[in-house]
Design a protein around this ligand. Structure first.
Ligand SMILES: Cc1cc2nc3c(=O)[nH]c(=O)nc-3n(C[C@H](O)[C@H](O)[C@H](O)COP(=O)(O)OP(=O)(O)OC[C@H]3O[C@@H](n4cnc5c(N)ncnc54)[C@H](O)[C@@H]3O)c2cc1C
Length: 372
C-alpha cells in the first residue's frame, strides 16, 4: 500500500513524487511508456518568466520562476545550466509589452553585449529586447532524478476505484491519495468542466559552427551551445494530435519550420540536425494551470442548497472526489511551474493549506455550472 500514487511521469508528476519522497512518504508513479514520455521529454526546458504586461499569469510565472530557479540549484545543481536569456520581440505588440515589462520588472535586467547582437539577424538586432539571468534544465534527466526515490511502474492506468478509504488502481495497487498528472492525454476521470488543450511541439538538437552563449527566445527558443550543439524548439502545431490525427506528423516539415524560424533570429552556419524530440503540451482555456481537488459535478449539481449564479462562489460547498487531485495545464511553462505547484499541492494534501482558486480545477466547475 502506498501513501500516494501519481499517474503520469512528466515534470508535473515527477515534481510531486519528489515533494512526497522528500518527506518520507511511500510513492508509486505510473507512466504508460517511460519517465518524461510526453511533453516533458520534448521540452527545451528553459526556465524563464513571462515577458508580458502584468496579469495573473505573468505574476504566477514570476513567482514560479524565482522559486524554481532556487529549487533546481539547491536540489539538482548538476542538471541546471545557468545562462543569460535574451527575449526578442516578435512584433510591435510584443515590443510594447517588453517596454512595459522592463519598467516594472523585479528581476535584474542585463545589458546586451555587442558580440551577441552581432550574431543576430539584421531584423532582430533592431527589435526591442530584454535580457535576464535564467536557466535550462536537462528535461529527461531532471524528471528521472526527481522521481528516483519513488517506485516506477510502466503501465497505462485505466481504472481507479475508491473503496473503503483507499484508491485501488487497475485492481492491483492501493494508495491513500492519487494525483493525476496525465498532461494532454485522455483524462482518466472524465468531468465535463475539465477541458485540456494539447498543442504539439517539436524540438531539434543541431550541430552548428555558430557560437551562441545565450538562451534566445523569439519565434522559437534557441539554447546556448554545449559541445558544439544547440537545441531549437517550439510548441507550434495546434492541428496535429497524436491520439486523434489521421495522418502522421511530418517530421521534415517540422524541422524545416524550426530552422527557418530560428534563422530569422540567429545566423546559423553549418547546421546538421542530430536528434528530434516531439510531444504534446497541455493548456487550460484561461491559460492558468490546474492544481488541486476535482469537483464531482453530478453530486454537486444535485445539492439544491448551492446557488451557482453567484459572483463569489463558495467552493467549500462543492462535493469533491476524496483524496484525488490533479496537476496539469502548465502550457509552455511546465518546467517553471511544476516544482512550485507540486509544493503547493503537497502543503494542501499534508497540511490542508488552501489553494488559491485562480489555479484550482474548481474554478472551471463554477463557470461551467453557472452556464448550465
Ligand atoms: C517542444 C516543446 C518545448 C517546450 N519547452 C518548454 C520550455 O522551454 N520550458 C518549459 O517550462 N516548458 C516547456 N514546454 C512545456 C512543458 O514541456 C510542459 O508544460 C510539461 O511537459 C507538462 O508536463 P506534464 O507532466 O503536465 O505532462 P507530460 O510531460 O505530457 O506528462 C504526462 C505523462 O502522463 C503519461 N500518461 C498519460 N495518461 C496516462 C495513463 N492513463 N497511465 C499512465 N501514464 C499516463 C504520459 O505518458 C506522459 O508521460 C515545452 C513543450 C514542448 C512540447
Amino acid at each position: 500500500m502506498y501513501d500516494i500514487a501519481i499517474i503520469g511521469a512528466g515534470v508535473n508528476g515527477c515534481s510531486v513524487a519528489f515533494e512526497f519522497t522528500q518527506v518520507g512518504k511511500k510513492v508509486i508513479i505510473f507512466d504508460m511508456e517511460k519517465i518524461a514520455n510526453g511533453g516533458s521529454g520534448a521540452a527545451g526546458a528553459f526556465i524563464s518568466p513571462k515577458f508580458s504586461k502584468t496579469g495573473e499569469l505573468q505574476e504566477l510565472l514570476h513567482e514560479a520562476f524565482v522559486y524554481s530557479m532556487n529549487y533546481y540549484e539547491k536540489n539538482f545543481p548538476l542538471l541546471i545550466k545557468k545562462a543569460p536569456l535574451l527575449h526578442i520581440a516578435k512584433d510591435d505588440n510584443d515590443a510594447e509589452s517588453l517596454k512595459l515589462y522592463k519598467q516594472q520588472s523585479q528581476l535584474e535586467l542585463l545589458d546586451v553585449r555587442d558580440e551577441l547582437l552581432n550574431n543576430l539577424s539584421e531584423e532582430s538586432q533592431k527589435k526591442e529586447n530584454v535580457s535576464i539571468n535564467a536557466g535550462i534544465v536537462n528535461a529527461e534527466l531532471m524528471c528521472q532524478a526527481m522521481s528516483k526515490s519513488a517506485k516506477f511502474v510502466k503501465s497505462e492506468v485505466q481504472n481507479l476505484v475508491y473503496d473503503d478509504g483507499l484508491w485501488i488502481i487497475d485492481e492491483i495497487y492501493g494508495a491513500k491519495e492519487v494525483v493525476l498528472a496525465t498532461g494532454a492525454y485522455e483524462q482518466l476521470v472524465k468531468e465535463p468542466y475539465i477541458k485540456i488543450r494539447g498543442v504539439w511541439g517539436h524540438r531539434i538538437d543541431v550541430q552548428t559552427s555558430t557560437k551562441n552563449t545565450h538562451s534566445i527566445h523569439q519565434f522559437v527558443s534557441i539554447s546556448p551551445n554545449s559541445n558544439g550543439e544547440l537545441a531549437i524548439g517550439a510548441t507550434h502545431n495546434v492541428h496535429y494530435h497524436p491520439q486523434t490525427s489521421k495522418e502522421d506528423y511530418d517530421m521534415e516539415v517540422g524541422r524545416k519550420e524550426l530552422l527557418e524560424k530560428a534563422s530569422k533570429t540567429l545566423k546559423l552556419d553549418n547546421v546538421k540536425i542530430t536528434k528530434d524530440y516531439t510531444g504534446l503540451r497541455s493548456g487550460s482555456v484561461d491559460y492558468m494551470p490546474l492544481v488541486g481537488s476535482l469537483v464531482m459535478s453530478q453530486e454537486t449539481l444535485q445539492n439544491k442548497k448551492i446557488n451557482f449564479q453567484v459572483k463569489k462562489e463558495k467552493y467549500r460547498e462543492y462535493a469533491y472526489y476524496p483524496n484525488l487531485y490533479m496537476i496539469n495545464g502548465s502550457s509552455g511553462y511546465g518546467f517553471v511551474l511544476a516544482p512550485y505547484l507540486a509544493n503547493i499541492l503537497k502543503e494542501h494534501i499534508l497540511k490542508g493549506s488552501e489553494i488559491n482558486h485562480r489555479i484550482t480545477p474548481a474554478r472551471f466547475f463554477a463557470r461551467w455550472a453557472r452556464r448550465l
